[in-house]
Design a protein around this ligand. Structure first.
Ligand code: F6R
Length: 235
């Protein structure tokens, strides 16, 4: 795994956007796996400002709350529209459907759609302070395929900042599984702030632990982790 240490959030965002722009320049019809959350907001802004041409790019998002309406301003669909899709033209985009009646069928549909697209060329990831990637939460066992997950209290608390109160955070989500993430040809992780420092340290420890799902990325042979100085500060 390669680690790039940047001075601050803005540099991390620029560096991350550069890697995505290079991927698209090299393969204009790339299949991108995208993430939401606070970390990639600056990266999406850089891509918009640089007028990167997404016209042949297909995108698949990591996860979505369940159930949630696409028009809810806390849905990941809304986030992606706001941060990227309302500003750039992509060939196609797909996000697990938080409105699906049958969650299991939606998970199967999502895995098949990614496979039919030829798999993900580059997967962007943020890190949960508890080490989750997507919504693969710390556990004794992790799932391979897209699945319905119950969010942990720590994730509910971490995401409460986006809602009026913690009570309003949905308790479930649909997420790409660890297999879906690990099958991506390249993985790009972005992390900033002290709250991510312990997880970043564990990601480079040489030990994998299902209770820190991000440590499994050590089994992938093309991972770039871009951190700011604070996220790189764990002793
Ligand atoms: C988002 C996602 C999550 C976030 C993680 C970090 O699609 O899957 O794993 O990447 O919770 O969130 P932030 O960036 O808000 O700290």
């Amino acid at each position: 795994m390669k680690k790039i240490v940047c001075k601050n959030y803005d540099e991390m965002s620029k560096e991350g956007a550069k890697i995505i722009a290079e991927q698209i320049a090299k393969k204009p019809d790339s299949v991108l796996g995208l993430a939401t959350g606070s970390t990639p907001i600056g990266l999406y802004k850089c891509l918009r400002d640089d007028n990167v041409d997404f016209s042949k790019v297909s995108t698949y998002n990591l996860d979505e709350y369940y159930p949630i309406s696409k028009t809810n301003d806390q849905s990941y669909q809304y986030f992606m529209d706001d941060n990227l899709f309302n500003h750039v033209t992509v060939k196609s985009m797909d996000i697990p459907n938080g409105e699906a009646k049958d969650a299991q069928a939606e998970c199967r549909r999502y895995d098949e759609a990614i496979e039919n697209a030829g798999g993900i060329d580059l997967q962007l990831l943020g890190l949960g302070p508890n080490g989750h990637i997507g919504f693969n939460e710390p556990d004794d066992q992790l799932s391979v395929g897209t699945h319905l997950v119950e969010l942990t209290q720590s994730t509910i608390d971490a995401n409460a900042r986006f809602f009026a109160s913690a009570d309003e955070v949905p308790r479930h989500a649909l997420t790409l599984g660890m297999g879906g993430i690990m099958k991506a040809k390249k993985i790009l992780v972005v992390a900033n702030g002290k709250g991510k420092a312990d997880v970043v340290k564990k990601m480079f420890s040489g030990v994998i632990d299902t209770h820190v799902p991000a440590t499994l990325l050590q089994l992938h042979n093309d991972v770039t982790v871009i951190v700011d100085e604070e996220a790189n500060s764990a002793e």
